[in-house]
Ligand binder design. Structure first.
Ligand code: MLC
Ligand code: AMP
Length: 504
């Protein structure tokens, strides 16, 4: 038995002196050097007593070492559980406890907070900093630069990625080696990646987009990453002439468009710009093409499914659509009530099936059964239609979800925190158009007769419990929420009422 994901993404580069990562300060890391680091990290995981299948939770800043930790989990057979660096200790405690992680790796600056949390939950704790330092790296430095490769199959879990849920509780999506590998292979072919590509990588590496789409595709072909800690426009424009491809959320593209440095010349070396994680406005697509001559290639994916559809590489990249199903993935539109398949041009629930689709939610068989049909189709919670030419249009969501700058926020999770604040009778959180983030989080608070809500107390409660990207960017106080005859809050009315709150 082998380890298919390790063999295809990492093992295949053994001894290669090809360039893998270039950092903005000019450091180059070659494949062989990266693999040695991966092996040293895998030795730490194994020597700490973790067995294949054990979970390694990591809340670490983006660094070469953070990516090596992913490789080390694949090599040692551990299940990699990356966590948004914005999560509060409250949020983190849930992920470590729910996953039963055997090891938590955190930022050295957060050690005083995280070490006791890990100890309480029975997990070991080590640190890894954005500069590559920390106790994990120190321990690794003394280890051999080669390590055993844990035998794994395509059906074994490679990663557990938490995604928020409509009830407020996050769910761990179980992704196997086969899920990740099949998708990386499909994307390489569809987007024509080769070892000659250099990807401008400015996404975080704790989500599907920045980790599995961007890094797995590059590793699969032996390409290079220009690896930026954040999406910094100065770095992006300085380094773009060295790059051939970029993957980003729509906010990347609107920010690029707002900068006079975006020209055909600045993007002259680029072969492809790919967008996803949130809807790309057709006007962004058109303006980008006018300014640069490049038509952005939009695709559609999810944590649970990796990538499902993509506009074509050659052929029309149709603005406002997410293209056609990727090879190996079936996409159907169904009646949300009956599950019956609908025809072209009819709007319905988007369902997907294929080797890319996850195995279910960790320890949540009921949730899994609600969303993953026995016939293998996953009910995405997105609404859409195919046009007559087979292009998928996403027209809305049946799930109550806000996507802000590519991050998902479930209103329920924020409402639960707001409702606990004294003086708040009830609350409704909605996403309204935001010039930079696509959607911005707006909270409507209902105050009682006793008097005004203390907004400072509200903000304190929110900052203590929720990651910053989930914080409402605007609060509105009213005396009652609009409801329909069934008593259900009419969020569409709130969205319409406050539609212009974030327009600059
Ligand atoms: C930062 N802030 C956000 C935010 N990002 N608020 C809402 N939504 C966001 N996405 C907060 C900051 O904390 C800050 O708060 C204020 O907003 C302004 O921040 P900024 O400096 O302008 O933001 P920046 O650091 O530049 O980050 C913006 C961003 C980043 C768009 C570059 O959010 C980002 O990298 N997003 C990508 C997310 C992603 O990878 N998604 C893929 C998920 S996978 P304050 O109070 O300090 O001012 C997936 C599947 C698929 O969806 O299909 O790919
Ligand atoms: P996540 O749960 O973070 O993986 O986010 C997945 C969700 O992002 C999907 O269910 C869609 O609602 C949304 N999404 C991803 N790509 C696109 C896209 N190109 N256009 C519109 N929505 C998208």
């Amino acid at each position: 038995m082998t380890n298919p994901l390790f063999d295809a993404l990492f093992g295949v580069h053994a001894g290669s002196q090809a360039r893998f990562i270039e950092t903005p300060d000019g450091r180059t890391i070659r494949y062989a050097e990266f693999l040695a680091l991966v092996a040293q990290f895998a030795n730490v995981i194994r020597d700490r007593g973790l067995e294949p299948g054990d979970r390694v939770a990591a809340q670490v800043h983006k660094s070469v070492e953070a990516l090596a930790l992913y490789g080390a989990c694949v090599q040692s057979g551990a299940v990699f559980l990356p966590l948004n660096t914005g999560y509060t200790a409250d949020e983190l405690g849930y992920f470590v406890s729910d996953s039963g992680a055997a090891l938590l790796v955190g930022d050295p600056a957060a050690a005083a907070r995280l070490a006791p949390l890990a100890a309480d939950l029975g997990a070991q704790f080590l640190t890894l900093g954005g500069d590559g330092g920390g106790s994990f790296a120190q321990e690794a430095a003394g280890k051999p630069r080669q390590a055993d490769i844990a035998p794994r199959s395509r059906d074994d879990l490679a990663s557990l990625l938490y995604t928020s849920g409509t009830t407020g509780r996050s769910k761990g999506a179980m992704l196997t080696q086969g899920n990740l590998l099949s998708n990386a292979q499909a994307l390489v072919e569809h987007w024509r990646f080769t070892s000659a590509d250099t990807l401008l990588h400015a996404l975080p590496i704790f989500h599907t987009h920045g980790l599995f789409v961007a890094c797995n595709v590059t590793l699969q072909v032996g390409g290079a990453l220009v690896y930026l800690p954040t999406f910094d426009l100065d770095d992006v424009f300085r380094l773009m002439p060295k790059c051939t491809a970029m993957m980003g959320v729509p906010t990347f593209y609107t920010r690029l468009l707002s900068d006079p440095r975006l020209t055909a010349e600045a993007t002259g070396n680029m072969r492809v710009f790919i967008s996803g994680s949130a809807p790309l406005l057709a006007e962004t697509h058109v303006s980008f093409a006018q300014r640069t001559g490049h038509t952005i290639l939009e695709r559609y994916g999810m944590t649970e499914t990796n990538m499902n559809t993509s506009n074509p590489y050659s052929g029309e990249r149709r603005a406002g659509t997410v293209g056609q199903p990727l090879p190996g993935t079936e996409v159907i539109i169904t009646d949300p009530d009956t599950g019956q398949e609908r025809s072209a041009e009819e709007i319905g629930s988007i369902e997907v099936r294929g080797e890319n689709v996850f195995q279910g939610y960790w320890n949540m068989p009921e949730k899994t059964a609600e969303e993953l049909r026995a016939n293998g189709f996953f009910i995405t919670g997105d609404l859409g239609k195919f046009d007559a030419d087979g292009y998928l249009h996403i027209v809305g969501r049946s799930k109550d979800l806000i996507i802000s700058g590519g991050y998902n926020i479930y209103p329920k999770e924020v409402e639960l925190v707001l409702d606990e604040v004294p003086g708040v009778v009830e609350s409704a959180v909605v996403g309204v158009p935001h010039a930079d983030f696509g959607e911005g989080v707006l909270a409507v608070l209902v105050q009682g007769e006793q008097g005004a809500i203390d907004l400072d107390a509200v903000r304190d409660a929110v900052s203590g419990q929720l990651a910053k990207f989930k914080h409402p960017k605007r609060y509105v106080l009213i005396s009652g929420l609009p409801r329909n005859t069934m008593g259900k809050v009419q969020k569409n009315v709130l969205r319409d009422t406050y539609a212009t709150e974030f327009q600059l």
